[in-house]
Ligand binder design. Structure first.
Ligand code: AMP
Length: 185
């Protein structure tokens, strides 16, 4: 029998080690996602995007909805924005692919940079992960500059620390100010 072999303890140790590895790989990450829209029925867009999240993204908390002045390109309708906090078993690249496919399925069409959009889903934070690749940057590179993201984040978790800047969300918001961001719903 194979379990009488002198290798048995090593085989068991290896299986336990593999199992621990699986547990680590399958652990959940705490994520913050920003939702924004300035075309069509904006409240409906926000609701449809939340409803389209797969079971691998478990929503834990939602900020209020804020009406915000356009950022980067002023000559367009105002946005509605919110931030959601969730747990996910998806890797960061898989999470990005999931969010981009929700945008496409809801009917988002490519426009120019900072232009109007039916729905925009961005990864703000993925645990304390720091990542910089051509496709994905985490924390979101504009997080610390955008009041429309910092106001809803501060509503959820003001003491959360930015993994690179080592400042809390509230400290970042105090630097930027909340001009142009009004509670909507
Ligand atoms: P957007 O215009 O917001 O839809 O983003 C355009 C591209 O930014 C996406 O297709 C991603 O490849 C890239 N990107 C880089 N970092 C992020 C991030 N943290 N969240 C979402 N998109 C990102």
């Amino acid at each position: 029998m194979w379990f009488c072999s002198p290798l048995y303890p090593f085989v068991i140790s290896f299986l336990l080690w593999l199992n621990c590895g699986m547990l680590i790989v399958m652990s959940l990450a705490l994520i913050y996602i920003s939702l924004g829209t300035n075309l069509g029925d904006r409240m409906v867009n926000l609701r449809l995007a939340q409803a389209a999240l797969p079971p691998e993204i478990q929503v834990m908390a939602l900020s209020s909805v804020y009406e915000t002045e356009p950022w980067g390109f002023p000559d367009q309708p105002p946005f509605l924005n919110l931030v959601l906090k969730a747990q996910t078993s998806l890797s960061a690249p898989a999470l990005l692919a999931t969010l981009k496919s929700i945008e496409r399925n809801l009917g988002r069409r490519p426009t120019f940079r900072y232009g109007p959009r039916l729905i925009d889903l961005d990864i703000l934070l993925y645990g304390s992960l720091v990542l910089d690749t051509p496709m994905l940057t985490i924390p979101h590179p504009k997080l610390a500059e955008r009041a429309f993201v910092l106001v809803p984040m501060a509503e959820l978790d003001p003491d959360l620390v930015h993994p690179i800047l080592r400042k809390t969300i509230l400290e970042l918001l105090t630097q930027v100010g909340d001009k142009g961001v009004t509670r909507f719903a």
